[in-house]
Write a protein that binds this ligand. Structure first.
Ligand code: ACO
Length: 327
Protein backbone atom coordinates (compact mmCIF):
# COMPACT_ATOMS: atom_id res chain seq x y z
CA UNK A 1 0.00 0.00 0.00
CA UNK A 2 1.23 3.54 -0.78
CA UNK A 3 2.62 5.56 2.10
CA UNK A 4 1.79 9.13 3.16
CA UNK A 5 5.02 11.03 3.13
CA UNK A 6 7.20 13.75 1.72
CA UNK A 7 7.53 13.73 -2.05
CA UNK A 8 9.78 16.77 -2.18
CA UNK A 9 11.30 19.48 -0.02
CA UNK A 10 12.88 22.87 -0.75
CA UNK A 11 13.95 25.98 1.07
CA UNK A 12 14.84 29.56 0.29
CA UNK A 13 16.26 32.54 2.13
CA UNK A 14 16.81 36.19 1.19
CA UNK A 15 20.14 37.06 -0.40
CA UNK A 16 21.17 39.77 2.02
CA UNK A 17 23.36 38.58 4.92
CA UNK A 18 23.69 40.30 8.29
CA UNK A 19 26.69 39.26 10.41
CA UNK A 20 27.30 39.54 14.13
CA UNK A 21 29.87 42.23 13.27
CA UNK A 22 27.15 44.22 11.47
CA UNK A 23 25.03 43.93 14.62
CA UNK A 24 27.92 45.24 16.75
CA UNK A 25 27.44 48.52 14.89
CA UNK A 26 23.68 48.59 15.51
CA UNK A 27 23.27 47.65 19.20
CA UNK A 28 25.42 47.16 22.30
CA UNK A 29 26.51 43.58 21.58
CA UNK A 30 29.54 41.58 20.47
CA UNK A 31 30.19 38.70 18.10
CA UNK A 32 31.64 36.86 21.10
CA UNK A 33 28.44 37.22 23.20
CA UNK A 34 26.15 36.15 20.36
CA UNK A 35 28.37 33.18 19.41
CA UNK A 36 28.78 31.95 22.97
CA UNK A 37 25.13 32.34 24.02
CA UNK A 38 23.41 31.25 20.79
CA UNK A 39 25.88 29.78 18.26
CA UNK A 40 24.64 32.24 15.63
CA UNK A 41 27.19 33.90 13.31
CA UNK A 42 25.09 35.22 10.41
CA UNK A 43 21.47 35.47 9.32
CA UNK A 44 19.70 36.33 6.05
CA UNK A 45 17.45 39.38 6.06
CA UNK A 46 14.78 40.40 3.54
CA UNK A 47 14.96 43.84 1.96
CA UNK A 48 12.20 46.42 2.41
CA UNK A 49 10.77 45.32 -0.93
CA UNK A 50 10.65 41.58 -0.21
CA UNK A 51 7.66 39.90 1.47
CA UNK A 52 7.17 36.39 2.84
CA UNK A 53 5.65 34.90 -0.33
CA UNK A 54 8.49 36.39 -2.45
CA UNK A 55 11.02 34.57 -0.31
CA UNK A 56 9.29 31.19 -0.08
CA UNK A 57 8.17 30.75 -3.69
CA UNK A 58 11.61 29.57 -4.99
CA UNK A 59 11.77 27.03 -2.13
CA UNK A 60 8.24 25.84 -2.94
CA UNK A 61 9.19 25.48 -6.61
CA UNK A 62 12.17 23.34 -5.66
CA UNK A 63 9.94 21.12 -3.48
CA UNK A 64 7.47 20.65 -6.35
CA UNK A 65 10.31 19.91 -8.75
CA UNK A 66 11.76 17.28 -6.41
CA UNK A 67 8.28 15.76 -6.07
CA UNK A 68 8.20 15.44 -9.85
CA UNK A 69 4.60 16.59 -10.15
CA UNK A 70 2.89 19.33 -12.13
CA UNK A 71 2.12 22.36 -9.91
CA UNK A 72 -1.55 21.98 -10.93
CA UNK A 73 -1.59 18.67 -9.04
CA UNK A 74 -1.22 20.59 -5.74
CA UNK A 75 -4.70 20.78 -4.27
CA UNK A 76 -3.96 22.47 -0.93
CA UNK A 77 -1.40 25.10 0.09
CA UNK A 78 -0.98 25.68 3.81
CA UNK A 79 1.43 28.20 5.32
CA UNK A 80 2.56 28.22 8.94
CA UNK A 81 3.74 31.74 9.66
CA UNK A 82 3.54 34.59 12.17
CA UNK A 83 4.75 37.07 9.55
CA UNK A 84 2.22 36.82 6.69
CA UNK A 85 2.28 39.10 3.64
CA UNK A 86 -0.93 40.73 4.93
CA UNK A 87 -3.36 40.09 7.77
CA UNK A 88 -5.51 38.94 4.85
CA UNK A 89 -5.61 37.59 2.17
CA UNK A 90 -3.50 34.67 3.27
CA UNK A 91 0.15 34.20 2.32
CA UNK A 92 -0.96 30.80 0.98
CA UNK A 93 -3.19 32.62 -1.51
CA UNK A 94 -0.25 34.83 -2.54
CA UNK A 95 1.94 31.74 -3.00
CA UNK A 96 -0.83 30.15 -5.09
CA UNK A 97 -0.98 33.23 -7.30
CA UNK A 98 2.80 33.36 -7.78
CA UNK A 99 2.99 29.63 -8.57
CA UNK A 100 0.08 29.94 -11.02
CA UNK A 101 -1.85 27.12 -9.33
CA UNK A 102 -5.47 27.33 -10.43
CA UNK A 103 -7.48 25.29 -7.95
CA UNK A 104 -6.36 24.64 -4.40
CA UNK A 105 -7.53 25.19 -0.85
CA UNK A 106 -5.33 27.93 0.62
CA UNK A 107 -4.92 29.04 4.20
CA UNK A 108 -2.40 30.23 6.80
CA UNK A 109 -2.13 29.10 10.38
CA UNK A 110 -0.09 30.35 13.33
CA UNK A 111 2.02 27.95 15.33
CA UNK A 112 5.17 30.03 15.80
CA UNK A 113 8.39 28.11 15.33
CA UNK A 114 6.45 24.79 15.30
CA UNK A 115 4.71 25.84 12.06
CA UNK A 116 6.38 23.25 9.83
CA UNK A 117 5.49 20.36 12.15
CA UNK A 118 1.90 21.58 12.53
CA UNK A 119 1.86 21.76 8.72
CA UNK A 120 2.92 18.11 8.40
CA UNK A 121 0.16 17.15 10.84
CA UNK A 122 -2.52 19.13 8.98
CA UNK A 123 -1.33 17.84 5.58
CA UNK A 124 -1.49 14.24 6.76
CA UNK A 125 -5.04 14.82 8.03
CA UNK A 126 -6.16 16.46 4.78
CA UNK A 127 -4.78 13.60 2.70
CA UNK A 128 -6.44 11.03 4.97
CA UNK A 129 -9.85 12.53 4.09
CA UNK A 130 -9.33 11.40 0.50
CA UNK A 131 -10.26 14.89 -0.79
CA UNK A 132 -6.67 16.11 -1.25
CA UNK A 133 -3.82 14.31 -3.01
CA UNK A 134 -0.85 16.67 -2.82
CA UNK A 135 -0.48 19.26 -0.09
CA UNK A 136 2.17 21.97 -0.22
CA UNK A 137 3.03 22.53 3.46
CA UNK A 138 5.12 25.63 4.08
CA UNK A 139 6.86 27.01 7.16
CA UNK A 140 8.19 30.49 6.44
CA UNK A 141 8.85 33.65 8.40
CA UNK A 142 10.44 37.05 7.99
CA UNK A 143 10.89 37.86 11.67
CA UNK A 144 13.08 40.81 10.66
CA UNK A 145 9.85 42.61 9.77
CA UNK A 146 8.59 42.51 13.37
CA UNK A 147 11.95 42.76 15.15
CA UNK A 148 12.88 45.85 17.14
CA UNK A 149 16.34 46.51 15.74
CA UNK A 150 17.16 48.70 18.73
CA UNK A 151 16.66 45.89 21.25
CA UNK A 152 19.73 43.69 21.70
CA UNK A 153 17.87 41.01 23.71
CA UNK A 154 15.96 39.92 20.62
CA UNK A 155 17.42 41.36 17.41
CA UNK A 156 20.54 39.17 17.50
CA UNK A 157 18.50 35.96 17.54
CA UNK A 158 16.44 36.02 14.39
CA UNK A 159 16.69 35.69 10.61
CA UNK A 160 14.42 35.26 7.59
CA UNK A 161 13.64 32.26 5.42
CA UNK A 162 11.44 29.24 4.95
CA UNK A 163 10.91 25.83 3.52
CA UNK A 164 8.21 23.80 1.84
CA UNK A 165 7.35 20.14 1.52
CA UNK A 166 5.00 18.40 -0.87
CA UNK A 167 3.10 15.78 1.08
CA UNK A 168 1.34 13.03 -0.81
CA UNK A 169 0.69 9.32 -1.07
CA UNK A 170 3.04 7.34 -3.25
CA UNK A 171 5.12 4.16 -3.08
CA UNK A 172 8.35 6.18 -3.22
CA UNK A 173 7.26 8.80 -0.64
CA UNK A 174 9.67 9.49 2.23
CA UNK A 175 7.38 8.04 4.86
CA UNK A 176 5.91 10.32 7.48
CA UNK A 177 5.94 7.65 10.17
CA UNK A 178 4.18 9.88 12.68
CA UNK A 179 3.75 13.48 13.83
CA UNK A 180 2.37 14.84 17.10
CA UNK A 181 1.85 18.42 18.19
CA UNK A 182 0.77 20.25 21.30
CA UNK A 183 0.15 23.76 22.61
CA UNK A 184 0.10 25.52 25.96
CA UNK A 185 -1.60 28.92 25.84
CA UNK A 186 -0.88 29.65 29.50
CA UNK A 187 2.69 30.56 28.44
CA UNK A 188 1.58 32.71 25.50
CA UNK A 189 2.65 36.02 27.01
CA UNK A 190 6.32 35.00 27.08
CA UNK A 191 6.68 35.42 23.32
CA UNK A 192 4.23 37.79 21.75
CA UNK A 193 3.63 40.48 19.14
CA UNK A 194 1.14 42.52 21.18
CA UNK A 195 0.13 45.09 18.56
CA UNK A 196 -1.89 44.76 15.38
CA UNK A 197 -4.52 42.22 16.50
CA UNK A 198 -7.94 42.75 18.07
CA UNK A 199 -6.52 43.40 21.56
CA UNK A 200 -4.35 46.30 20.38
CA UNK A 201 -5.43 47.32 16.88
CA UNK A 202 -2.91 49.49 15.04
CA UNK A 203 -2.95 52.99 16.52
CA UNK A 204 -0.50 55.73 17.42
CA UNK A 205 -0.40 54.33 20.98
CA UNK A 206 0.67 50.93 19.64
CA UNK A 207 3.46 52.53 17.61
CA UNK A 208 4.55 54.88 20.41
CA UNK A 209 4.94 51.89 22.74
CA UNK A 210 6.67 49.60 20.19
CA UNK A 211 3.86 47.04 20.47
CA UNK A 212 4.16 46.21 16.76
CA UNK A 213 7.42 44.36 17.53
CA UNK A 214 7.84 40.86 18.88
CA UNK A 215 8.56 40.78 22.59
CA UNK A 216 10.37 38.03 24.45
CA UNK A 217 9.41 38.12 28.10
CA UNK A 218 12.07 35.97 29.68
CA UNK A 219 14.81 34.33 27.58
CA UNK A 220 16.01 31.85 30.21
CA UNK A 221 12.40 30.75 30.92
CA UNK A 222 11.79 30.08 27.20
CA UNK A 223 15.14 28.28 27.08
CA UNK A 224 13.99 25.95 29.88
CA UNK A 225 10.55 25.20 28.37
CA UNK A 226 12.02 24.66 24.91
CA UNK A 227 14.24 21.86 26.23
CA UNK A 228 11.54 20.28 28.43
CA UNK A 229 8.81 20.28 25.79
CA UNK A 230 10.92 19.16 22.81
CA UNK A 231 12.32 16.29 24.89
CA UNK A 232 8.88 15.29 26.16
CA UNK A 233 7.19 15.06 22.76
CA UNK A 234 10.25 13.47 21.09
CA UNK A 235 10.40 10.82 23.77
CA UNK A 236 6.66 10.20 23.42
CA UNK A 237 7.03 9.53 19.70
CA UNK A 238 10.15 7.39 20.11
CA UNK A 239 8.46 5.27 22.79
CA UNK A 240 5.27 4.92 20.74
CA UNK A 241 7.28 3.52 17.82
CA UNK A 242 9.71 1.49 19.95
CA UNK A 243 12.64 3.53 18.66
CA UNK A 244 15.89 3.47 20.66
CA UNK A 245 18.11 6.59 20.57
CA UNK A 246 20.74 4.78 18.48
CA UNK A 247 18.11 4.04 15.82
CA UNK A 248 17.67 7.76 15.13
CA UNK A 249 20.02 8.75 12.29
CA UNK A 250 19.43 12.51 12.50
CA UNK A 251 17.86 14.72 15.14
CA UNK A 252 16.57 17.86 13.43
CA UNK A 253 15.60 20.28 16.21
CA UNK A 254 14.22 23.80 15.82
CA UNK A 255 17.25 26.01 15.26
CA UNK A 256 16.84 28.76 17.87
CA UNK A 257 19.94 28.39 19.96
CA UNK A 258 22.81 25.89 19.71
CA UNK A 259 22.83 25.43 23.48
CA UNK A 260 19.16 24.38 23.47
CA UNK A 261 19.82 21.87 20.68
CA UNK A 262 22.82 20.34 22.43
CA UNK A 263 20.83 19.92 25.66
CA UNK A 264 17.88 18.30 23.85
CA UNK A 265 20.22 15.81 22.15
CA UNK A 266 21.95 15.06 25.45
CA UNK A 267 18.66 14.35 27.23
CA UNK A 268 17.46 12.13 24.39
CA UNK A 269 20.81 10.24 24.47
CA UNK A 270 21.46 11.17 20.83
CA UNK A 271 25.14 12.01 20.15
CA UNK A 272 25.97 15.53 18.96
CA UNK A 273 27.32 14.32 15.60
CA UNK A 274 23.79 13.16 14.75
CA UNK A 275 22.29 16.63 15.30
CA UNK A 276 21.51 18.72 12.23
CA UNK A 277 22.93 22.19 12.88
CA UNK A 278 22.37 25.21 10.63
CA UNK A 279 21.68 27.88 13.25
CA UNK A 280 25.15 29.48 12.82
CA UNK A 281 24.29 30.44 9.22
CA UNK A 282 20.62 31.44 9.49
CA UNK A 283 19.75 32.29 13.09
CA UNK A 284 16.21 31.50 14.22
CA UNK A 285 13.93 31.66 11.18
CA UNK A 286 10.91 30.54 13.23
CA UNK A 287 8.68 28.18 11.16
CA UNK A 288 11.46 28.06 8.54
CA UNK A 289 14.24 26.49 10.60
CA UNK A 290 13.42 22.78 10.24
CA UNK A 291 12.84 22.63 6.47
CA UNK A 292 15.89 24.85 5.89
CA UNK A 293 18.04 22.57 8.07
CA UNK A 294 16.67 19.44 6.40
CA UNK A 295 17.11 20.93 2.95
CA UNK A 296 20.74 21.86 3.61
CA UNK A 297 21.69 18.38 4.88
CA UNK A 298 19.85 16.73 1.98
CA UNK A 299 21.54 18.80 -0.69
CA UNK A 300 25.02 18.02 0.57
CA UNK A 301 24.17 14.31 0.87
CA UNK A 302 24.44 13.97 4.62
CA UNK A 303 20.82 12.77 4.94
CA UNK A 304 20.59 9.49 3.04
CA UNK A 305 17.83 7.27 1.76
CA UNK A 306 16.30 5.02 4.43
CA UNK A 307 17.57 7.06 7.39
CA UNK A 308 15.31 7.82 10.35
CA UNK A 309 14.84 11.52 11.04
CA UNK A 310 13.47 12.88 14.31
CA UNK A 311 12.19 16.44 13.92
CA UNK A 312 11.23 18.51 16.94
CA UNK A 313 10.25 22.13 17.47
CA UNK A 314 9.07 24.62 20.03
CA UNK A 315 7.65 28.10 19.56
CA UNK A 316 5.28 30.92 20.35
CA UNK A 317 1.88 29.91 21.65
CA UNK A 318 3.51 28.01 23.23
CA UNK A 319 3.50 25.21 20.72
CA UNK A 320 5.67 22.13 20.42
CA UNK A 321 5.80 18.96 18.41
CA UNK A 322 7.80 16.15 16.88
CA UNK A 323 7.76 14.08 13.72
CA UNK A 324 9.40 10.86 12.56
CA UNK A 325 10.33 10.45 8.92
CA UNK A 326 11.96 7.53 7.14
CA UNK A 327 13.93 9.26 4.37
N1 ACO B 1 24.61 41.28 23.68
C1 ACO B 1 25.23 41.40 24.85
N2 ACO B 1 24.63 41.19 26.02
C2 ACO B 1 23.32 40.83 26.00
C3 ACO B 1 22.61 40.70 24.80
C4 ACO B 1 23.31 40.92 23.60
N3 ACO B 1 22.73 40.80 22.40
N4 ACO B 1 21.35 40.32 25.09
C5 ACO B 1 21.26 40.23 26.42
N5 ACO B 1 22.44 40.55 26.98
C6 ACO B 1 22.80 40.57 28.40
C7 ACO B 1 21.62 40.69 29.31
O1 ACO B 1 21.24 42.04 29.44
C8 ACO B 1 22.16 40.11 30.60
O2 ACO B 1 22.90 41.09 31.24
P1 ACO B 1 22.84 41.24 32.86
O3 ACO B 1 23.36 39.94 33.38
O4 ACO B 1 23.76 42.40 33.09
O5 ACO B 1 21.41 41.49 33.18
C9 ACO B 1 23.15 39.04 30.14
O6 ACO B 1 23.41 39.33 28.75
C10 ACO B 1 22.68 37.60 30.27
O7 ACO B 1 21.35 37.52 29.89
P2 ACO B 1 20.56 36.15 29.97
O8 ACO B 1 19.20 36.38 29.45
O9 ACO B 1 20.70 35.54 31.30
O10 ACO B 1 21.42 35.27 28.94
P3 ACO B 1 21.21 33.77 28.51
O11 ACO B 1 22.45 33.01 28.70
O12 ACO B 1 19.95 33.18 29.04
O13 ACO B 1 21.02 33.92 26.92
C11 ACO B 1 19.25 34.02 25.33
C12 ACO B 1 19.98 34.72 26.45
C13 ACO B 1 20.21 33.79 24.18
C14 ACO B 1 18.09 34.87 24.87
C15 ACO B 1 18.74 32.64 25.83
O14 ACO B 1 18.07 32.78 27.05
C16 ACO B 1 17.83 31.97 24.84
O15 ACO B 1 18.22 31.61 23.75
N6 ACO B 1 16.57 31.73 25.24
C17 ACO B 1 15.63 31.13 24.36
C18 ACO B 1 14.93 32.21 23.68
C19 ACO B 1 14.62 31.91 22.27
O16 ACO B 1 15.15 31.03 21.62
N7 ACO B 1 13.76 32.71 21.75
C20 ACO B 1 13.46 32.65 20.39
C21 ACO B 1 12.06 32.54 20.14
S1 ACO B 1 11.32 31.14 20.84
C22 ACO B 1 11.70 29.93 19.89
O17 ACO B 1 12.17 30.03 18.78
C23 ACO B 1 11.48 28.71 20.47
Amino acid sequence: MSKIGLLGIGYSVPEKVLTNFDLEKMVDTTDEWITQRTGIKTRHIATDKECNSDIIVPGAQRAIQMAGIDPQEIDAIIVGTVTPDYMFPSTAAMVQKKLGIKEAMVFDFEAGCTGFLYGLDIARGLIATGNYRNVLAIGSDLLSKITNWKERNTCVLFGDGGGAAVIGTRDDAHELIDVKNYGDGTLGDLLIQPGGGSVNPISNTVIDNDLQYLQMGNGPEIFKWAILDMCKVSKELMDKHGLAPDEVDWLIPHQANLRIMVKVAERLSIPEEKVVITVPDYGNTSAGTIPIAMGRYLEDGRIKSGQILLLTAFGAGFTYGAALIRW
